[in-house]
Write a protein that binds this ligand. Structure first.
Ligand code: NAI
Ligand code: MG
Length: 369
């Protein structure tokens, strides 16, 4: 019996999570997958009512679950960043979800490339280090600035106190990678490549310019490569951006540090047909992982039945994989593929179906087995 936490969140988050839950329910009817689901009222409505974002009680309740199924958050009535930082980023940090997993798959005919490639890339983005640690500061009029970074992962308590000797204003942001952080990222990447049966792992970086952090990353990945029977390939991020357009079919598992991963995975989302198609997992292999569509709450189409639920359904697929039911995950993926092949899709993809109709089509295919 698996215990799921469900956070539909805001806007279309609710609409697409409803569909995802229907699919999970259909899976439980036809397989050994047994589950219960507890709904969590986390998002803008509660925030506007009570001022609460993610409470300690939420955290301790969520900690007891096997996985979290998340819709989206974001509300025009709330200042940008409040919900995103207070809920989403907070959850990723509190559960130390250090891997962001993003599959990029060719779903013909929605691949916007002239040539029809068949590709199946699994991006593994490191989710906690690099330039996204909040280690920055601004000097104004030569004033003193202070950076505080507290890290439990490697017991670092960094406190930089600097003074500019010029009157010019400037700002800086420090990117950091730790041995421990790289090691767990490398292990997860190699294990994923192994599981997928990929013969090579691609590591993306900019080791020719940011030589310190990405040099260390290359060293650690190289030494790990000896343990696994997998070839390690290095790609500079700029070359990778081009290669994703001209030869996406030559990549399998791709490991990419935080900042570059943010950008490349959005490129990947478009390569596979847009926001309505992209799913992701925020993974802590030993803790609570969270699965979500990559899109936001889409206030412009919320409540109109226009949302494409496929991203949320594919997030449910990833959750099934993660919970050890890969056969059912594959079944869901195949059901989606058959719908698309049969011309059944929503308006964002040029089709006619609304959210519920799309869900019903996927469910019909799932129940065929
Ligand atoms: P968005 O992803 O919500 O929407 C961008 C555009 O894509 C909109 O035109 C929307 O209608 C369309 N779209 C998105 N998902 C779709 C789907 N499933 N089917 C059809 N069309 C879809 O990004 P936006 O507009 O920048 O942000 C809206 C709110 O969502 C903001 O508050 C933002 O902070 C938040 N957000 C939350 C995320 C999360 O919860 N993971 C991720 C991204 C944004
Ligand atoms: Mg992004």
């Amino acid at each position: 019996m698996k215990h799921l936490a469900v956070i539909p969140g805001d806007g279309i988050g609710k609409e697409v999570v409803d569909i995802g839950l229907e699919i999970i329910d259909a899976i439980s009817e036809i397989s050994q997958f047994n589950y219960d689901a507890e709904l969590f009222d986390i998002g803008s409505e509660r925030y506007l009512r009570t001022g609460e974002l993610l409470t300690e009680e939420d955290i301790s309740d969520l900690k007891k679950k096997d996985a979290v199924y998340f819709g989206a958050i974001g509300d025009p009535r709330v200042r940008p960043g409040v919900l995103e930082k207070g809920i989403l980023l907070n959850m990723r940090a509190r559960f130390d979800q250090y891997i962001n997993l993003r599959p990029v798959t060719s779903w013909h005919p929605f691949v916007p490339l002239k040539k029809h490639f068949d590709f199946d890339i699994c991006f593994i983005r490191e989710n906690t280090e690099d330039f996204y640690m909040g280690a920055g500061g601004t000097f104004r009029n030569g004033s003193r600035t202070q950076v505080n970074v507290k890290r439990e992962l490697y017991e670092l308590d960094m406190n930089i106190d600097t003074r500019s000797s010029s009157d010019d204003d400037f700002a800086f942001e420090i990117g950091m990678l730790s041995e421990k952080g790289i090691e767990r990222f490398a292990d997860y990447s190699f294990m994923t490549a192994e599981k997928r049966g990929d013969r090579k792992l691609t590591l993306v970086d900019k080791a020719n310019v940011c030589t310190s952090i990405y040099g260390m990353q290359r060293e650690i990945f190289s030494s790990k490569a000896e343990k696994y029977d997998i070839e390690l390939e290095f790609m500079y991020v700029d070359a990778m951006a081009m290669a994703m357009i001209v030869r996406p079919d030559t990549f399998g598992t791709v490991a990419v540090p935080n900042l570059f991963g943010d950008i490349l995975t959005d490129l990947g989302a478009q390569l596979q047909g847009g926001l309505g198609m992209g799913a992701s997992g925020n993974i802590n292999p030993k803790g609570v992982s969270m699965f979500e569509p990559i899109h936001g709450s889409a206030p412009d189409i919320a409540g109109q039945g226009k949302a494409n639920p496929i991203a949320a359904v594919l997030a449910a697929k990833m959750m099934l994989d993660h919970l050890g039911h890969e056969d059912m995950g594959t079944l869901v993926q195949n059901a989606v593929r058959r719908c698309l092949d049969n011309g059944m899709y929503t308006k964002d993809l040029g089709g006619k179906l609304n959210t519920k109709e799309m869900g019903a089509e996927i469910k019909k295919e799932v129940l065929k087995g």
